[in-house]
Write a protein that binds this ligand. Structure first.
Ligand SMILES: [Zn+2]
Length: 137
């Protein structure tokens, strides 16, 4: 089956914090940078899929913070590149600030990963004959 929205397009849209279905932006409410729209303003795709769906974004955020920031900091300290005080300061600041900085991206990456593995769940990829009325399930 030919899909209108390919996996490459889903990755591209996810990295740009855009809707995986229509490519519209932003995913977040204007003036409220940490509040995700319940549904895409452009196409109506349900962004808050179900209760607890945000937990995947938390895991992504935690993983990137640990392996992308804290582990390199610890390795640089261990190699003697960073002093004790600098490493502790960087680790504390990074543990607090990196998750905040990645919050929006992590929410987008979670949607991206979900639809990357299940692209047929995107309404744009459904066959035109599907008239079940459920465009998000
Ligand atoms: Zn959309």
């Amino acid at each position: 089956m030919q899909m209108k929205v390919t996996r490459a397009l889903i990755l591209q849209r996810g990295m740009r914090n855009c809707c995986p279905n229509c490519g519209g932006e932003p995913l977040f409410r204007p003036g409220k940078p940490f509040v995700l729209h319940r549904e895409c303003p452009g196409c109506g795709l349900k962004l808050e899929r179900e209760e607890g769906f945000f937990l995947g974004a938390m895991a992504l955020n935690y993983g990137v913070t640990c392996f992308g920031f804290l582990l390199p900091t610890a390795l640089l300290w261990y190699a003697g590149v960073l002093s004790d005080a600098l490493a502790i300061g960087l680790a504390l600041a990074g543990a607090l600030l990196v998750p905040v900085a990645l919050y929006r991206s992590a929410r987008s990456w979670q949607l991206m990963l979900y639809y990357f593995f299940l692209p047929e769940h995107l309404p744009a990829n459904r066959p035109a004959t599907d008239e079940s009325g459920d465009q998000n399930g």
